[in-house]
Design a binder for this molecule. Structure first.
Ligand SMILES: [Zn+2]
Length: 463
């Protein structure tokens, strides 16, 4: 049986080079089923035993017996490594040094995530990495603990290396495997080995770097006090989960829907089975799903934050979910939850950068033309993910159009509200951050805009 190679998730990371040029790093995760030689499966299981041992030792170290406030938790990876690494190397004799490091890192990240939840007022408990009832586990392999190749991967175990072939479909054309693994422009980076209880998968992370000298940005520290620079964000249930007014396309809502449906099917089956073991399996799976969605929301929030920091935004604007009566309250609870989590995590992460989060009434933001010299708002302008203004002919990706409208709506609203803080130089400057450049509500400066509908990778570098 051939298992499909999954739809890759889309991620972008923005960094500045010393020269001031913008470096955009794109990452894709491609899920590849592995053929593990039958006689070596136990070596991987044994490795995961010691990997979890390191994770649990780390969690115990980071988590005092009775923590009373978030800062009681230890979340500094370097400090934990300094204390635990040598000991764990001795205790786990045979576990690759880089697996020890990754296990420490995983556990510290889990504790750090708990700390975030705690600060947000959520109930938390010490992360546990004990064996799961369904036998599933995941280990992080970097390029020292694994050798990633085009058709095989060699993985370090407690009993030497194991070489695994990728289980590929006969027809490779058009698969993510062909587009990323076989394309020389993409290279492997730290990935995950995942065992789901039945099958081994490589969650291969492929990386590619773009450099664009023309993309300039203004760090927050350079932003004048009286400047309001807004990043608009549109959230969706299909296509990309979040689209920003600077052309950031984040998350993969379709893959998420697909995963949800698979889970619902399994749940229906297990509930019908009705046995105790089916019940236990369902409980375990529910936990896996919840963690997956939480992580997904964190990832999308991180990408939105990266966009905001990159363009020196002062405000990030979302749709006000409570006001989308005809829009969101009819939707499944899971989607409402997802949208709320993304907003909550983004707000929390932005606070560190002193960037505010605002919400606006989303009515008509998806059908109104986002050109500031056009008043048109018409259902006819939008067809799926394509927006073409029936009045002026402006054509862009529909979610991008909505993201711009969301940002503009906030600027329009704030124009009429007297600003509380100092603005001695006179009238405040308001801008909407766009793909490359900024736009004032009056429309004096129109930047080069992104017009493609399905090439977010290229757009991310301002082309
Ligand atoms: Zn128009």
């Amino acid at each position: 049986m051939l298992l499909p190679v999954d739809t890759p998730m889309l991620e972008f990371k923005y960094e500045h080079e010393w020269s001031g040029r913008m470096v955009v790093e794109a990452r894709r995760t491609v899920r590849i089923p592995l053929e593990v030689p039958a006689e070596r499966i136990d070596d991987l299981h044994a490795t995961s035993h010691w990997y979890r041992y390191c994770q649990n030792r780390t969690a115990t170290y980071c988590w005092p017996t009775r923590p009373t406030r978030p800062s009681d938790l230890t979340t500094n990876t370097r400090e934990v490594e300094r204390t635990l690494y040598d000991r764990l190397r001795e205790e786990t004799a045979g576990l690759h040094s880089n697996l020890v490091q990754k296990a420490i890192k995983d556990a510290v990240a889990a504790v750090s995530s708990c700390q975030t939840h705690w600060k947000n007022g959520d109930r938390i408990s010490k992360p546990s990495f004990d064996a799961r009832t369904d036998g599933s586990y995941a280990m992080t392999y970097d390029k020292r603990a694994a050798t990633f190749q085009k058709y095989t991967v060699s993985l370090a175990t407690v009993n030497g290396r194991v070489q695994c072939r990728y289980r590929l479909p006969t027809e490779l054309a058009g698969t993510p495997y062909e587009r990323y693994v076989l394309d020389r422009r993409w290279s492997f980076s730290t990935s995950k080995l995942v065992y789901d209880g039945e099958q081994f998968w490589l969650h291969a992370v492929l990386k590619r770097t773009y450099t664009d000298a023309s993309t300039s940005s203004t760090p927050r520290s350079d932003t004048p006090e009286d400047l309001t620079r807004v990043l608009g964000v549109d959230v969706n249930v299909d296509g990309y989960t979040a689209v920003t007014s600077v052309g950031g396309f984040h998350g993969n809502a379709d893959a998420l829907t697909h995963r949800r449906q698979a889970y619902e099917t399994l749940r229906a089956e297990l509930q019908q089975t009705g046995t105790q073991s089916a019940h236990r399996r369902l409980q375990a799976r529910r936990g896996v799903e919840r963690r997956y969605y939480t992580q997904y929301c964190h990832d999308v929030a991180n990408e939105i934050v990266a966009d905001a920091v990159r363009v020196g935004a002062t405000h990030v604007v979302f749709e006000d979910l409570t006001r989308i009566r005809d829009h969101i309250s009819n939707r499944p609870k899971s989607q409402q939850w997802l949208f709320r989590q993304i907003q909550t995590y983004t707000a929390y992460k932005l606070a560190e950068h002193r960037i505010d989060v605002e919400r606006v009434d989303p009515r008509e933001t998806s059908i109104a033309c986002s050109r500031t010299d056009c008043e048109c708002s018409d259902d006819e302008s939008r067809a799926g993910k394509e927006f073409r203004c029936v009045d002026c002919g402006y054509a862009v990706n529909a979610d991008y159009n909505a993201a711009k409208n969301i940002g503009l709506r906030f600027l329009e609203a704030s124009e009429s509200i007297p600003t509380g803080h100092t603005c001695s130089s006179g009238r405040a400057t308001s801008q909407l951050a766009l793909m490359s450049g900024t736009l004032t509500p009056a429309g004096e400066f129109v930047s080069r805009e992104w017009v493609s509908t399905d090439k977010p990778t290229a757009s991310a570098v301002g082309r």
